[in-house]
Write a protein that binds this ligand. Structure first.
Ligand code: FPP
Ligand code: MG
Length: 329
């Protein structure tokens, strides 16, 4: 079976160096801020983005050892901290009480402090980037913050005011997820001074993987969770039309479409509407359709890795593609 631990193995030393680097850079004096920061940093999750930076740095590295250098650690930190800050803000927006099985920052310290913690992490991250003097990496990575915000605003606009379309769905997925994964993989290549062609290839690889990653997230929202035994269906409660529901809406006639959208409006307060839509999406092939589309992005991503000679890093990246498709949380 493919596990994240096995995927991490070829870059275990690089990831250790990275974790020490983050601890050094983000240490603060004792006090509330330090407590909040520790909470946020200790629930960082799977660490897919730093893993992608380190694997793509090693894959593109002309000499062994270069990938564990300061530039890769810096790139991984800049990217992961943008992600951490965005999730702290996202939990405030979604009024989520938990994040990765732990209480969210807003649940422990209230929303107003969570917003400021997210701002602090972003500001400190940028300032550490600028102090490093690695302006190519900082420019490449920090441009993503504005796009992430655009994606979030667009998503909210579609929930409140506009019928979702396939083009809008993919645009939002690109902005809120795929871009940062593409930045992770291209920043890895940049950190070891790969050629422009390789940096572009890595960017396209990460973006294809990122689209697949988000579609899988959207599918999992409808699936029974191994731990809770229930599907979360939070997207429905938040009024979000994601790919599984979208493919069903595209197939039905106008009258049925209006009925389904009417039910979606009720999901915020009505659990029966949530269950009705969940079953409809399941029975009418929405999950299968979304899964097929996700697989096509994964195949595209794996195909791009064929440009490299076989190596433990190439294999780990191929395994990561499979892992992300097969994961159940
Ligand atoms: C998770 O989505 C959210 C994101 C991937 C991006 C959130 C971006 C912002 C809140 C903009 C602010 C950005 C910064 C840098 C502060 P989700 O709610 O679909 O997933 P979830 O189930 O993990 O919550
Ligand atoms: Mg959320």
């Amino acid at each position: 079976m493919i596990t994240l631990d096995n995927i991490r193995k070829p870059v275990a030393a690089e990831l250790d160096a990275y974790n020490e680097f983050v601890e050094r850079q983000f240490s603060t004096e004792d006090g509330l801020l330090s407590e909040m920061l520790n909470h946020a940093l200790s629930s960082r999750g799977k660490g897919i983005r730093p893993l992608l930076v380190m694997l793509t740095a090693a894959l593109n590295s002309p000499s062994p050892g270069m990938a564990s250098g300061r530039r890769s650690c810096l790139a991984a930190m800049l990217i992961e901290m943008i992600h951490v800050a965005s999730l702290i803000h996202d939990d405030v927006i979604d009024e989520a009480d938990t994040r990765r099985g732990k209480p969210s920052v807003n649940a422990v310290w209230q929303s107003h402090k969570a917003v400021i913690l997210g701002d602090y992490i972003l500001a400190r991250n940028l300032s550490l980037g600028l102090q490093s003097g690695q302006f190519d990496l900082v420019t490449h990575i920090c441009g993503a913050i504005a796009t992430l915000c655009e994606g979030e605003i667009e998503q909210a606009d579609y929930v409140d005011n506009r019928p979702m379309t396939r083009q809008a769905y993919f645009d939002i997925v690109y902005k809120k997820t795929a871009l940062l994964l593409g930045i992770s993989t291209s920043a890895g290549a940049m950190a070891v001074h790969a050629t422009r062609d390789k940096i572009t290839l890595m960017r396209r690889f990460g973006e294809a993987l990122g689209v697949a990653f988000q579609i899988q997230d959207d599918i999992l929202d409808y699936k029974t969770d191994a731990q809770t035994g229930k599907p979360s269906c939070n997207d429905l409660r938040e009024g979000k039309v994601t790919l599984p529901l979208l493919t069903v809406l595209e197939r039905v006639d106008e009258e049925r479409r209006r009925e389904l959208l009417e039910r979606l409006h009720q999901c915020h307060t009505d659990e029966k509407a949530v269950e009705y839509l969940r079953q409809t999406v399941q029975n009418e092939g929405g999950l299968d359709d979304a899964s097929r589309i996700m697989q096509s992005y994964i195949q595209r991503a794996v195909g791009m890795l064929g440009e490299y000679d076989p190596s433990p890093y190439q294999k780990a990246l191929i395994d990561l593609c499979t892992y992300l498709v097969e994961r159940n949380r």
